[in-house]
Design a protein around this ligand. Sequence first.
Ligand SMILES: [Zn+2]
Length: 386
Amino acid sequence: MIVFCAFRLKSDKRYINKKYSIYAAILLIYSICCLTIQPFNRVIFAFSAHIEDLKDIDRFSKIQTPIKGIQTKSKEKETYVFVIGESVDRKHMEIYGYNRPTTPHFEKIRDKLFVFKNVTTAHVFTSGAVKSMLLIKNNTNQIWSLVQFFKSAGFKTFWFSNQGKVDNFDNSVMRFGRSCNEYAFIHGKDVIYSSENYNLTFEDEQRRLKLWDENLLKYFEKALSDSSEKKLIILHLKGSHPPIDMRYPPEFAKFSMPKQYYNEKKSLAVCYFDNSILYTDHILNEVIKGLEKCGETSAMLYLSDHGQDINDTEECILTARTWPDGYEVPFVIWVSEKYRKINTAFIKGWNTNLKYVTDKTAYSLIDLARLSHPDIDLSNSIFSRK
Ligand SMILES: [Zn+2]
């Protein structure tokens, strides 16, 4: 299989460039080394996923052409924020019924939120999950991207990510980000940014280098102050990705030792995980506060790319590949007062118990922004399904 993949990579002219050839060679050597310590199917899975990612980079770079015929219901100044979380087991969120106060800010505004209870991801690895959320298949089987759609509808688009390159290599999610009007990838020593506008300096550079998600907020505030009438801002968090204890500043280490667990190592992992959820709740609260301050028509969608098996069982293996913990994800909407007033009838139809898969998220975001197109089936939106 590995040889077959390598052959495919080599035989396809699109991928014969130095960078990808070196990448494939490293992966091949790595895979062979891993065979001695990893189950064969996991190595094959990882290698195939990387090959697919390389193909997608090529594909996504071609779907930038403007889309004609988009209809919009709103003439208002408006901002939509899409926050992509990372590795969150929603059962550890207080707002989803967890018995620890891990989402205190969400709790305070519970009656202003729409907490969808039955949402699952289609993929349990980041690039697969995020890609699937950002693609639209129109009625003539053409693939459009979410960024392409919003840009075509007159939105200025922003992408700020606390994730980024895989080592020194481009990846398909990053390609989505780079297709936005403005972007910054801040995970790492060197920030990759779209323009001098987003070459931001930090008073506390040491804090930025801790790679916490709060570093994204500075970019978010800058985008909020942009004078464009219509904006789509995408924030890609590092969330609860292992090593989990590195994901939050010391002041968020609220949960130290839990009640009763199977062993100390596991109990610590649960504490770290709960602290990371607490920190994400803080980040989301800052986003909502920023939107409230603007007083515009606005909405925020928060979801996680996939889940995580951090469950309180002896079988817990800290992976995203087990059912249901790896697949069940949080899906939470906040809307501004102005949005609520304008869209009262639309909101009334939302069913938070609906079963939904996140590979249709792009349709939901289009619907949330009250956009449509004759070639797009909005029954794929979580808000329009019955
Ligand atoms: Zn992920």
